[in-house]
Each structure stands twice: as structure tokens, then as C-alpha cells.
Design a protein around this ligand. Structure first.
Ligand code: GNR
Ligand code: NI
Length: 166
């Protein structure tokens, strides 16, 4: 396993459409391993292949629900409800913004054996699925932000202020 460099906003690769995976290979399995290591190393909840410079439709996720997910060629097939909340991206370091997403989604994808499955997610998992599938289309959450894109340092200062008041 190895960590890979994360591409950041401004890098053209993050705006490009990813290609479907046609068959599994040892190199792709290695890539998936590296994506998990890279994601955990940065305390991320998910990571899409273009974030490490690979234009393939591959996503890994771990939103702390005790499950690791690998989604190959994911397609959102159902959306329900809506949630408005904070979102960040490892490719937009130090920032966060408020984004409205579906509360529940159903996504169809292939696993590492190239077998189809359907995953239902709600809350943070649904948010993460939408965020990662958008990466595969070359889209970043910054274009969906309601109001200002904000600095994480402002958030920390606010939290410190709240602690001082407490
Ligand atoms: O670590 C991440 N946290 C996060 C929080 C709210 C919604 C989506 C995410 S995904 C993000 C990691 C990332 O950039 N994935 O592409
Ligand atoms: Ni992201």
C-alpha cells in the first residue's frame, strides 16, 4: 500500500469526466488499496479516483458507520428528500460550505469482483455518495455551495469562542 498525492482545485483533471472500468485488474485493486490509505491518512470520509489523478469511475468511502465501500461505475438510481448541511473536500483544503443534497439515495455500482450491487444510504452516507459521484463527472461541491465558501479556521475560532463562553 502507498499513499498518493491528492489533486487540488485548479488542477484540470478534477474537471474531467471519468471513464467506466471495463474489467478488474491487479493495478486497479492496488489503486483501490492506495485510495483507502490516502483517504484514511487525510481523515476523509470518501475519495474518488480523479482526486489521485486517475480518470476512472472508482470511489471509496468510509463514513464511520463501520463499513468500507468500494463503488465502481456508480449510478444514482433513486433520490428522496433533502438535507442541508456542511460539506468539505480533500481537493479543496481548509474550506467548507453549506450544500443541499438528497436525504436518501440508492446507488447501483459494481464491487471489486465486478458484481453489481445496490447500496442505500441516508444522511452523511447519502451526502458522501452524491459528492463522490459528482467527482466522477468532473464536478466539485464548491459550485453548489449556498452562501460563501468558508475557511475551516473561522469554524475553529467560532468553536473556541463557544468554549470560552461555556
Ligand atoms: O472527507 C470528506 N468529508 C465529506 C463531508 C461531507 C460531505 C462529503 C465529504 S467527502 C470528503 C472527502 C472528499 O473530498 N471526497 O471526495
Ligand atoms: Ni471531494
Amino acid at each position: 500500500m502507498a499513499t498518493r498525492n491528492i489533486r487540488v482545485i485548479g488542477d484540470e483533471i478534477l474537471t474531467k469526466k471519468c471513464k467506466p472500468v471495463r474489467f478488474m485488474t491487479p493495478r486497479i485493486l492496488q489503486l483501490i488499496d492506495d485510495m483507502f490509505e490516502t483517504m484514511y491518512g487525510q481523515n476523509g470520509a470518501g475519495l474518488a479516483a480523479p482526486q489521485v489523478g486517475i480518470l476512472k469511475q472508482i470511489v471509496v468511502m468510509d463514513v464511520d458507520d463501520g463499513n468500507q465501500y468500494v463503488l465502481i461505475n456508480p449510478e444514482i438510481i433513486e433520490e428522496e428528500g433533502s438535507q442541508t448541511g456542511s460539506e468539505g473536500c480533500l481537493s479543496v483544503p481548509g474550506k467548507y460550505g453549506i450544500v443541499t443534497r438528497p436525504e436518501k439515495v440508492k446507488v447501483k455500482a459494481l464491487d471489486t469482483d465486478m458484481k453489481e450491487f445496490v447500496l442505500e444510504g441516508e444522511g452523511l452516507l447519502a451526502r458522501c455518495i452524491c459528492h463522490e459521484v459528482a467527482h466522477l463527472r468532473g464536478e466539485l461541491y464548491v459550485d453548489l455551495v449556498e452562501g460563501e465558501l468558508r475557511d475551516n479556521s473561522e469554524l475553529e475560532e467560532e468553536e473556541e469562542g463557544e468554549e470560552e463562553q461555556a
